[in-house]
Design a protein around this ligand. Structure first.
Ligand SMILES: [Mg+2]
Length: 227
């Protein structure tokens, strides 16, 4: 068996980009003020509020002022760690109450289940936090898919367009790069994985070609015997 492990991107690959931008981020933005007010005294949340006061140079900011700062960061699309942490907590609550369900394309669900059954190891590499990755798959429209995965990687392994990140991930997976198939909708990510020695397959769900890589429209077209 030439391929031993499959490493997949989420946004645009297993899941719709619009789920993240039209569902997840607006959900977090909408619930942020009430969430921060309700949980300001919880140790996890209080720690993030402290980090925000420090980052913004406003050590005396009250809870309402911190909410304003957060809304400004969201408007500026700032990827601040405390903001990401709070968004993760809000999403977790949304998933747990059933208000949010992770979008995963049915062809991806079917293929991931079949590959897992056939003994391939499955891994995720996404710019979303590992917590956010586990929530999308754990509370997906198709149920809990986390038992299918052997591990998760986020940008703490490095940027997605940097070959070195894929070398780190190869080491963590513990099999030769040439036995790992990387799936993504972004050509620069596929190029980086290829440079690190991985096999690649591009997902172009709207059609088209990811230059230099086998390109498919859905997971149903992926042939692990002839990648
Ligand atoms: Mg993507």
């Amino acid at each position: 068996m030439p391929i031993k492990a499959i490493l997949t991107d989420i946004e645009g690959t297993t899941s719709a980009v619009s789920f993240v931008f039209d569902v997840l981020f607006p959900y977090a933005g909408k619930h942020l003020p009430e969430f921060v007010r309700a949980h300001a005294e919880d140790p996890d949340v209080a720690m993030q509020l402290g980090a925000i006061r420090l980052d913004s140079g406003e050590p005396e900011a009250d809870v309402e002022r911190v909410i304003e700062i957060l809304q400004q960061w969201i408007a500026e699309d700032r990827k601040a760690t405390p903001l990401k942490a709070l968004q993760g907590m809000i999403w977790q609550q949304g998933y747990e109450t059933g208000e949010l369900k992770g979008h995963v394309y049915p062809d991806a669900v079917q293929a991931l289940k079949a590959w897992h059954q056939q003994g391939y190891e499955l891994y995720v590499y996404s710019s979303g936090s590992i917590q956010a990755q586990q929530l999308i798959f754990g509370y997906s429209e198709a149920g809990d898919l986390t038992p299918l995965f052997s591990g998760y990687f986020d940008t703490t392994s490095g940027p997605k367009r940097d070959a070195q990140s894929y070398r780190h991930i190869t080491e963590a997976i513990g099999c030769p790069a040439g036995k790992i198939l990387f799936l993504s909708d972004i050509v620069q990510e596929l190029d980086a994985a290829q440079e690190a020695g991985m096999l690649t397959c591009g997902l172009a769900r709207e059609g088209g070609k990811l230059e230099g890589h086998t390109t498919v429209r859905s997971f149903a077209e992926i042939d692990l015997m002839h990648p």
